[in-house]
Ligand binder design. Structure first.
Ligand code: NAD
Length: 498
């Protein structure tokens, strides 16, 4: 019997009746382990109505009380850490230690959200004019839809709903249909923490569910994380329907390896950043730019490490890399490796032949390493989202920087060097949202904000941090005076504060 994954609406499980479901795999074995309900338009509307009904009461709940719910939620996530990480390993395939790291990075946003009363404090100016005071507050945007990708089934939802909820909004989360169970478990834990029913609802599904969220007038704001083509559609459609939208999208993150870099450390960093989570991270490094004479020394260090990569099911304690999310995605990534060979890049390590005894039907692919990749190749230009690292050789720093700046994506980039001038110049001049100096995956902490540039993000605000507070609230400024401060007679000039 395969398990069923239902929606979670108005504080309880809500079994879909659309007759449409999706398969949830165990990527390590290739078996279907669950069927997830796909919501019809009417079922999504039921969730929207639940969120709308919960909104007035929750928006009126003092921030200090919303924060207390978050404190309890934080404790519950800590208590259930292994259980949540186990769900991620089982449905996504990532190794258990990495899954725990993911939950921890999401937990950091919940910790930040516990500061709600401070974060939502307004500004007050006494005497903006004679006997006139002015104050600014930030009020909830309303019902927020959160649409999330498969690759961080706990962390990305946790980037969104705790921030939206402490701001007084109510939320409909539409997680990836490929690994939906973590979202449902988080919603159950939030209810256990004391959130009223309807504050967080989870609906599963595909384009039909998303399109309802994008067009229904009951939804006020959309947070999206996923691929660029879908994100662009979400941004355009959401905006055209009068909603506030943020859409964080795809990436092709470069890491410059300068000639003076410590090649042991740089190659170790590339191993984790290129092959961790099987390269299925929006902050994965997929291009290493070897500057000057760094190329041969880098390949010499990298090649044996890629060959030695321990690929195994995520629940194997020795695993360094697990399977990919689905058979289709594994085949797509494999297709990119075929393409790179056709395009003339040197395939130094070929992981296409990997077979794991006992897991022949799992969605595994060994680590692949290309050298001499050229900027006009598709394997350089497109996001592969798998365990494939491309090394591009670059004559000097200026050329390497121009590669980074010329790429259509601008999520993350890093430089490995001991040269402070090069590092400073790179950080100041790259056209990229998140930059690492000797840090391969520079994911900002919860009290900063996460966001890319160029076609890696649409909309003005990053996720979490103060950008999260701004996105999930509307600014209101009140200017007030009382009878003693009021003048007599009509004034026809534009108001001037005296
Ligand atoms: P995806 O775009 O396929 O799916 C994301 C969400 O959109 C899912 O909930 C999915 O059900 C929905 N969706 C898919 N197709 C749709 C359509 N045609 N119409 C409406 N909704 C649709 O992305 P994915 O494969 O789940 O995730 C991987 C992508 O996410 C990669 O491109 C990765 O770089 C990106 N990502 C970006 C960030 C970031 O912060 N920039 C973080 C994580 C992942």
């Amino acid at each position: 019997m395969v398990r069923s994954v239902h929606h979670f609406v108005d504080g309880k499980a809500f079994q879909g009746s659309s007759g449409r479901t999706g398969d949830v795999y165990n990527p390590a074995t290739g078996e279907v382990q669950a069927k997830v309900d796909f919501a019809s338009t009417d079922e999504v509307r039921t969730a929207i109505h639940a969120a709308q009904a919960a909104l007035p009461g929750w928006a009126a709940t003092p921030p200090v009380q919303r924060a207390r719910v978050m404190f309890r939620f934080k404790e519950l996530i800590e208590t259930h850490m292994d259980e949540l990480a186990g769900i991620l390993t089982s449905e996504h395939g990532k190794v258990f230690s990495d899954a725990k790291g993911e939950v921890l990075r999401g937990l950091e946003v919940v910790e930040f959200a516990c500061g709600a009363p401070h974060l939502l404090k307004g500004d007050f100016t006494e005497n903006v004019g004679r006997a006139i005071d002015s104050f600014s507050t930030r009020q909830p945007v309303g019902v927020v839809a959160a649409i999330t990708p498969f690759n961080f089934p706990a962390m990305v939802p946790l980037w969104m709903f705790p921030m939206a909820i402490i701001c007084g909004n109510t939320v409909i989360l539409k997680p990836s249909e490929k690994d939906p169970s973590a979202s449902v478990r988080l919603a159950e834990l939030l209810i256990e923490a004391g959130a009223p029913a309807g504050v967080l609802n989870v609906v599963h599904g595909d384009k039909e569910a998303v399109d309802t969220l994008l067009t229904d007038p009951g939804v006020n704001a959309i947070s999206f994380v996923g691929s660029t083509p879908v994100g662009e559609y979400i941004y355009a459609t959401g905006c055209a329907n009068g909603k506030r939208v943020q859409a964080l999208c795809g990436a092709k993150n470069h890491m410059l390896v300068m000639p003076d870099a410590d090649m042991d450390k740089a190659s170790d960093a590339l191993m984790g950043a290129g092959y961790g989570a099987a390269g299925e991270r929006c902050m994965a490094v997929s291009v290493a730019v070897a500057v000057g004479d760094a190329g041969d020394r880098l390949i010499e260090k990298l090649e044996p490490k890629v060959r030695a990569l321990k690929v195994a099911p995520g629940n194997d304690p020795d695993a360094e890399m697990g399977p990919l999310i689905t058979r289709e995605h594994r085949d797509k990534v494999k297709g990119y490796v075929d393409l790179g060979v056709e395009e003339g890049a040197d395939l130094v390590v070929d992981g296409r032949g990997l077979r794991l005894q006992g897991y022949e039907d799992g969605f595994f692919l060994g680590g692949c390493l290309f050298d001499n990749v050229q900027p006009d190749m598709r394997i350089y230009k497109e996001e592969i989202f798998g365990p494939v690292l491309s090394v591009v050789r670059s004559p000097d720093f200026g050329h390497a920087l121009s590669l980074v700046n010329g790429h259509e994506y601008g999520n993350g980039a890093a430089i490995f060097t001991g040269d402070g001038d090069a590092a400073r110049s790179f950080a100041a001049n790259c056209n990229i949202g998140m930059v690492g100096v000797n840090v391969p995956i520079p994911v900002p902490m919860a009290f900063h904000s996460f966001g890319g540039w160029k076609r890696s993000a649409f909309g003005d605000h990053g996720m979490y941090g103060m950008d999260g507070i701004r996105f999930y609230t509307k600014l209101k400024t009140v200017t007030s005076r009382w009878p003693t401060g009021m003048t007599s007679g009509a004034e026809f000039t534009f108001p001037i504060m005296r």
